[in-house]
Structure formats: structure tokens, C-alpha cells
Ligand binder design. Structure first.
Ligand code: SF4
Length: 208
């Protein structure tokens, strides 16, 4: 897998740290493609800090980019370690660091990690994906076996984790956005999801 890749805006660089994910979304691109924009993002070992830095440098110096986006072919917060380790180096040229996430970081790590993430990331986009728990479970198929810990998780725990992450995110990050995948929901469901996001304090809402 490639650890850094361009997709669209040349001033942005996307970072791919893992293929692991807590969900098995019916619409996930991973079931149809091995990568994006000519970059192979699937398979092979996950990067350590050196491998990530080499991948970034093969695209340009950190100072050459306005924004780095953690957006793996998987859920990036499995790699809280590398997100944290790379933060100062990525920020050194003044770029912002964004995280695209499904909001399951605290479930994955079995503790509250928002403060750790906030020390490394400026902005988050959280895939809310549904107006309620039932639709979330139908569309995103959370995998209870994807997180370790003593307590067995239910699919509903994953929805609650996303809502909790999103509701608390404005305390930690400069910019917070909730998103849905447009073609998976009806117009009414998209509006319901927008209202849900607003009800927990999230003003920025994007239909992808
Ligand atoms: S959360 Fe993202 S990476 Fe994971 S299955 Fe869903 S779309 Fe794919």
C-alpha cells in the first residue's frame, strides 16, 4: 500500500496508515477498488514513522503542502501512534492536519483519546452516515470483532461511539464537520441526519 497520495488539489496530501476498519460499510470503495487516483492503497504492511516520512518526501517537502489529511483505506485512528508521532513534522511548514474518521477511536483504544488526537490534528470530518442507530447498523455493518477489550461490543455501541465523538469534538478541534454519503440515503434521511448533527452542536454538514 502507498502511505501518501495526491487526490485532486495538489496542495493537499492524503496519508494512508491502515487498512483496518471497525465498519464494513455497504458503500465502501475498498470493495470495488484497490486504491484511488492511480495510487494503490490496499494491502502490505502498515507504515512506521520513517516509512510515512519517506512516502511524504517522495511527493514533496512538508512545507510544499497546505493540508495533510489522514484518510486511509480503513479507519485512520487505529494508528493513533503514528498520527501523534508525525504531528510536529507534518505541521512544521504551517500546513493543517485533518482527520477523516468514523468516530470510533475511543472504542478502538478502550479509552478517551480525543485530547491525544487534538494535540495532533486541527480538523476532523466525521462520517455520521445515518439519521439513527438502526440505519447506521444497516449501512455500516459495525464489526464487534474489530475492537479488543474485555467487554463484548454490540453494533449499537459503534453508533453511540460516533455520536459521542462528534458531540464532544468541538471542545477539542478547531473545525468539525459531519458527513453522509448522498446516494445511500433518501432526501428525507439526509435532512434528518443534518438535523441530528445540528442538535448535537455540529454546524458543518457535508453530503459526499
Ligand atoms: S468506515 Fe470508511 S473505510 Fe471503513 S468500511 Fe466504512 S467507508 Fe470503508
Amino acid at each position: 500500500m502507498e502511505y501518501a497520495y495526491r487526490y485532486g488539489d495538489p496542495d493537499r496530501l492524503y496519508l494512508n496508515g491502515t487498512n483496518r476498519c471497525t465498519n464494513r460499510c455497504s458503500f465502501c470503495i475498498r470493495y470495488h477498488a484497490r486504491g484511488l487516483g492511480g495510487s494503490v492503497l490496499w494491502g502490505g504492511p502498515e507504515p512506521d514513522l520513517n516509512a510515512l516520512q519517506d512516502a511524504v518526501l517522495s511527493c514533496g517537502a512538508p512545507e510544499d503542502f497546505n493540508e495533510f489529511i489522514w484518510c486511509g483505506f480503513g479507519e485512520p485512528t487505529y494508528r493513533l501512534d503514528i498520527i501523534t508521532e508525525a504531528a510536529d513534522w507534518l505541521h512544521r511548514g504551517g500546513a493543517t492536519v485533518r482527520l477523516n474518521t468514523n468516530g470510533h477511536a475511543c472504542l478502538i483504544h478502550g479509552r478517551d483519546v480525543l485530547a491525544e488526537l487534538a494535540a495532533a490534528v486541527d480538523a476532523v470530518s466525521v462520517s455520521l452516515n445515518a439519521p439513527n442507530c438502526q440505519r447506521y447498523v444497516e449501512l455500516c455493518l459495525p464489526d464487534p470483532g474489530s475492537v479488543s477489550g474485555n467487554e463484548v461490543k454490540s453494533p449499537e455501541d459503534f453508533w453511540e461511539s460516533t455520536i459521542d465523538f462528534l458531540a464532544r469534538a468541538p471542545e477539542y478541534f478547531k473545525e468539525v464537520q459531519a458527513s453522509v454519503v448522498g446516494f445511500t440515503l433518501s432526501t428525507e434521511e439526509i435532512e434528518e441526519t443534518r438535523i441530528l448533527a445540528h442538535s448535537i452542536g455540529i454546524e458543518r454538514f457535508r453530503v459526499r
